[in-house]
Design a protein around this ligand. Structure first.
Ligand SMILES: Nc1ncnc2c1ncn2[C@@H]1O[C@H](COP(=O)(O)OP(=O)(O)O)[C@@H](O)[C@H]1O
Ligand SMILES: CC(=O)OP(=O)(O)O
Ligand SMILES: [Mg+2]
Length: 395
């Protein structure tokens, strides 16, 4: 059987990230980003081989962008596209694994939208547009939450009255499961351990950030909760705050729920603390020049990350290694070293040179000799989504 091609789509509210994955090649055949969708500046960027190109799509929406993508994908796939894998952020309690998209699963995904109002409606727009454009192709939904359905009840329940859980689904779900699953498998491979017989702490640090405790290939705890706002400091998200903050702002400043949601999701985190940027690269440069806000934002980010990892260690029988991944985890020796410096009680220590070497896609171990393993593992959510799609094509 010739190697198959899977188109992977990750739809955000105003963007589509995509990759054409061939099962026989580690590099993507084609990849790109459509952004600012719905605005006059909507644009599609893509790369194929070493070449980059872009196309303006004035007022183009998700469907317009996918329609432009179609000939590009068909051309790059040599006319042979075997399936489409969609990232879906929230699968509620219905989905413990990826599933084929049909009328029934689509209905279930729609039903979880109130749990993820910032993410699922955009994911659904992408699915609906792709179904119209590729009606005869197998399409698969891969959920961020599915990997965390193995959390024990004491890790996923909030201490609020039980009917809120039973009748309204108020519980911790966790996100970034596709990434935590992928990097923990890779970490086991890199260490010569069986994924089904090893224990890991994982820190996914991108625009969204989360930690995860993984035991024998299963998620046992994770820092995100009902929504992707709980837990760590992120690019623009606050992570944990006192739950009374909502009431306090409403009472003292007269703010609406929408205003507070926007504050905590889009104006907080690294951006809010620094007053400068949500981008860790910019913050590191500003810190080098003595910027006070950037310096504080990095300190808070690393301290809160370390505190979360120490908390996650409660879910592990032993520690086979700590994994750093995501744009920051894969590229910032500074964040890794500041974080690990807070974790001396777990016995963790870095090798300075190895830490400096593992950037821009270089994977490897960065712990000091004689200390517990610390690994940098580039994540590849697109490849994992393609693998899950292929597995369902085979089934
Ligand atoms: N060389 C670098 N040093 C520090 N941070 C970096 C570097 N390269 C990328 N990052 C950070 O990675 C983050 C984006 O991570 P990424 O995983 O690409 O995001 P997303 O969640 O959108 O996939 C940004 O904060 C960016 O500044
Ligand atoms: C769920 C989530 O936080 O995703 P992202 O990191 O892509 O924003
Ligand atoms: Mg990413």
């Amino acid at each position: 059987m010739p190697a198959r091609n899977i188109l992977v789509i990750n739809c955000g509210s105003s963007s589509i990230k995509f990759a054409l994955v061939n099962e026989a090649h580690s590099q993507f055949t084609l990849s790109g980003l459509a952004e600012r969708l719905g605005s006059q500046d909507a644009v599609l960027h893509w790369q194929r081989g070493g070449e980059q190109d872009s196309l303006m799509l004035p007022s183009g929406d998700h469907r317009a962008a996918l329609a432009q993508l179609l000939p590009l994908v068909q051309g790059a796939a040599g006319g042979k596209l075997h399936g489409i894998g969609h990232r879906v952020v929230h699968g509620g309690e219905q989905f413990t694994a990826a599933c084929r998209i049909d009328a029934q699963s689509l209905q279930a995904i729609r039903a979880t939208a109130p749990l993820a109002p910032l993410h699922n409606p955009a994911n659904l727009q992408g699915i609906e547009a792709a179904l119209k454009l590729f009606p005869s192709l197998t399409q698969v939904a891969v959920f961020d939450t599915a990997f965390h359905q193995s959390l024990p009840e004491h890790a996923y329940r909030y201490a609020v009255p039980e009917p809120l859980y039973r009748e309204h689904g108020v519980r911790r779900y966790g996100f970034h499961g596709t990434s935590h699953r992928y990097v923990s498998h890779r970490a086991a491979e890199m260490s010569g351990l069986a994924s089904g017989d090893s224990s890991w702490l994982s820190a996914h640090l991108g625009n969204g950030c989360s930690t995860c405790a993984i035991v024998d290939g299963q998620s046992r705890d994770t820092s995100m909760g009902l929504t992707p706002l709980e837990g760590l400091v992120m690019g623009t998200r606050s992570g944990d705050v006192d739950p009374n903050l909502h009431g306090h702002l409403a009472r003292t400043l007269g703010w609406s729920l929408e205003r507070i949601d926007t504050l905590l999701n889009k104006e907080s985190g690294l951006l809010g603390l620094s007053g400068l940027s949500n981008d860790m690269r910019s913050l590191e440069q500003a810190r080098d020049q003595g910027h006070v806000g950037a310096t504080l934002a990095i300190e808070v980010f690393c301290y809160r990350l370390a505190k979360s990892l120490a908390g996650m260690s409660c879910a592990l029988p032993q520690l086979d290694g700590l994994i750093f991944t995501g744009g920051i985890g894969e590229n910032s020796p500074l964040v890794r070293s500041k974080t690990v410096a807070h974790l001396k009680l777990l016995g963790l220590a870095l090798d300075k040179e190895a830490n400096a070497r593992c950037i821009r896609g270089v994977a490897g171990s960065i712990h000091a000799h004689g200390h517990p393993r610390i690994l940098v593992v580039p994540t590849n959510e697109e490849r994992q989504i393609a693998l899950d799609t292929l597995a369902l094509l085979n089934a």
